[in-house]
Every structure is written in C-alpha cells, then in structure tokens.
Design a protein around this ligand. Sequence first.
Ligand code: SF4
Length: 114
Amino acid sequence: MANQDIDVGRRKAMKLAIAGAAAIPVASLIGGGVAYSQDLPHVAEDDPAAVGLKYMHDATQAPRADKAGSAAADQFCHNCQFIATDSGEWRGCALFPGKAVNENGWCSAWAPKA
Ligand code: SF4
C-alpha cells in the first residue's frame, strides 16, 4: 500500500515537472515578444517578403481593398490579428519574423483582430 502511494506521488510530480517544462518556452515567447518589438529592425518596403505581400509603412499608400467585412480605409497593422500585442509605432508581426512593421502600415495578409 505504501509503495502505491509513493508511485502515485511520483506520477503527480512527473506530470507537474513535464507541464512546467512545457510552459517555460511558451511563457518566454509571449514575454519575449512583448518586450522585444521596439528593438527589432524595421522591415524594408523593398524586402522581398514585403514586396510579395505589398507591405507599406503607410497604409494609405497601399493597394487596400474592402476585406472580411472591413472597409479598406479601416485596415492598418495596428488592428491586424498578426501584429504583436504590445504598443508602439513599430511592432513585431507574425509574418515578418525578426522584423518590426509600422503600426500604420498594411500588407495583403491583413486580417481583423478577433
Ligand atoms: S500581417 Fe498584418 S500586421 Fe503584419 S504587415 Fe500585414 S497587415 Fe501589418
């Protein structure tokens, strides 16, 4: 009986250890992304990925069109689901890893925040 109690205790400890180890990378990604955006280099409009997505720092100069129930004039990086959740003029974007986009920019992958 005592051995069964020890086994149950070990199993619980192992589950907690695994869950804790799995949570560390997720927490560091979330926290790291928020603190890191302002330090990222700005994506260049002539970057091949930016050209491919028609990214522009100034959304009013971009070829926007009504999309997903949102008027073209209302589409900006700051209200796109792919922008980092921190604040600031330049922020990370899931589509441009390691680079920052202008909060008033736009690209053809724009999608409204949920
Ligand atoms: S995916 Fe969204 S946040 Fe990223 S550049 Fe395009 S419009 Fe801006």
